[in-house]
Design a protein around this ligand. Sequence first.
Ligand code: FAD
Length: 401
Amino acid sequence: MKKPKILILGAGYGGMMTATRLSKELSYNEAEITLVNKHNYHYQTTWLHEPAAGTLHHDRTRILIDDVLDTNKIKFIKDTVAKINKDDKTVTLANNGELSYDYLVIGLGSEPETFGIPGVKEHAFAIRSVNSVRQIREHIEYMFANYNNEEVKSEDYLTFIVAGAGFTGIEFVGELTERVPELCEEFDIDRSKVRIINVEASPTALPGFDSELVEYAVDLLESRGVEFKTNTPIKECTPDGVILADGTEIKSKTVIWTTGVRGNSLIEESGFEAMRGRVKVDPDLRAPGHDNVFIIGDCALIINEEINRPYPPTAQIAIQQAYTCTHNLKALITGSELKAFKPEIKGTVASLGGDEAVGVVGKKKLYGTSASAMKKVIDNRYLYLLGGIPLVLKKGKLKLF
Ligand code: FAD
């Protein structure tokens, strides 16, 4: 009998974990599995704020796909997905023509949400990939170098605006507060010349997070020199900085945009019905009306029934969905029962740079070094799930305190 073809798009948390699980759950003769990804490496998106600020080398965040994937069972193609032709059951790649499938798993991640604010795409940086954070780190260093070499010293070079004080914004600001003193020393610049401004439209930083933890995070970051501007929507991003809704301009040569994400644009371009690029998937993670297409991770939208609002897209959910997706693919192939996806939110921890973090794990609130150690345990746990102890030893964060 012909083996069914499973095609996985994207080697992020969702796609990579689905590929890894499938290679364990299915035997050689049960399916022909192919994984397509833009790069020959998998990167840990949840660590990207660190190389962006320059506190961690970007190579620590990436893992060669061939190093962890069972390539005897799964074929890996390094290419960019250009189009998903769901009616023809094919996918068009940028360089390798078309691939056909019987079952498709879409795990193509997200793109920055600009809310249509003018100038963001053109003038702001986004923390979204290894390449983007390499550019941010280099740009920040270049700003320090520029400041010293200009005849008229413009402090715009040393003003860093982070738009959005959600999870990513706060984590990046935390790392930047760790890096700036090093850069000041390296470039002989007084720390008081450098401004880090975190602009947020909501009334508070870390909207939706426990208020005590928010207070801890804000107090700590302010003590390291961060200026918070909450209740402050941005109406435009320009080559010279940002213009706030009230017309005030903040001048800066560096704007990092972290106001949330939307699903990969290929989702809408391929004709899936979506909200901000995310498909409201059926309980078994299939796209409505497409029984052979699973959508997981940041491209999928699932509703938290308790509050009737979508779950925020997280790696935690993407990884859990990979397990359900694997089960359901196997069920379709072997003719057994599919199961519904139920997220099990174990907690959330936001790092604040150095050995500081805040978070909730189970019902327990964590602050400071214990939260930071927990964050590293979470990071290491993922590596363990993906590649066992060897991967933890190679790429893990082994110094917990
Ligand atoms: P991703 O992990 O983003 O992977 C998508 C993959 O698809 C990538 O490998 C990409 O290269 C590939 N790809 C994209 N387009 C194409 C294409 N056209 N062709 C081929 N390949 C393509 N979540 C948490 O749970 N906890 C945290 O602490 C946390 N911290 C975060 C910190 C930061 C700085 C950021 C940016 C995010 C954080 N998140 C966190 C969110 C989390 O990273 C995402 O929810 C998660 O990465 C989504 O996983 P995914 O598999 O959907 O996509």
